[in-house]
Design a protein around this ligand. Structure first.
Ligand code: FES
Ligand code: FES
Length: 205
């Protein structure tokens, strides 16, 4: 499986999608003409469905467990995880797709949780840092981060780990270039990159 770069979904693309859904919702209802008569409804675009503004139920798999949420369609996956489910390992830093601190896996692919709406993960499998090690205490890459001192303030660390773990899952012995590419969307203001690269090499052993 290839490892898509975090930030593959831009905020602009997400808002355009939300705008399209809202527009489709207006079309679907039929637009009220100014003279009070209902204008003929436009053909609905196949597959587009309006939701909200009231809360809707979302069912998805979170770290291997079925999870049900009732959220307004405006709520991002990041906010839903942290504020509704109480899973706070995924960090909110820029909240706009620029830093990668909120990186999680969606059906195995790395994504920025601040750029996804919670309603859009219905039926999908979401993995956060809490689920990375499975039954074990720490995943090999987490142990390597500790051994290699690959964190300082820690704000970037869970996102960085999710990107590195996805790389190691797909490429068991990555080159330095592949490692750099895998974390290109994860910003570390403490400058731990050399230690992160070392940790990936250690975990690959
Ligand atoms: S990219 Fe989501 S918090 Fe920065
Ligand atoms: S450890 Fe501080 S931002 Fe990366």
């Amino acid at each position: 499986m290839s490892t898509p770069e975090p930030g593959g979904v831009s905020r602009r693309a997400m808002l355009k999608g939300a705008g399209a859904a809202a527009f489709a919702s207006v079309l679907g209802r039929g637009v009220q003409a100014q003279d009070g008569e209902e204008a003929p409804a436009q053909p609905k675009e196949e597959g587009l469905q309006s939701r909200g503004p009231e809360a809707v139920e979302v069912v998805f798999t979170l770290n291997g467990e079925e999870t049900k949420l009732v959220v307004e369609p405006r709520v991002t996956l990041l906010d839903a995880l942290r504020d509704r489910v109480g899973v706070t390992g995924t960090k909110r830093v820029c909240d706009r797709g620029a830093c990668g601190a909120c990186t999680v896996w969606l059906d195995g692919a790395t994504v920025n949780a601040c750029l996804l709406l919670a309603v859009d993960v219905a039926g999908a499998e979401v993995t956060t840092i809490e689920g990375l090690a499975g039954e074990a205490k720490l995943a090999p890459i987490q142990r390597a981060f500790v051994q290699c001192d690959a964190m300082q303030c820690g704000f970037c660390t869970s996102g960085m780990l999710m990107s590195c773990a996805a790389l190691l899952r797909d490429v068991p012995r990555p080159t330095l270039e592949q490692t750099k590419h895998a974390v290109v969307g994860n910003l570390c203001r403490c400058g731990t990159y050399p230690h992160v690269f070392h940790a990936v090499q250690e975990a690959a052993q």
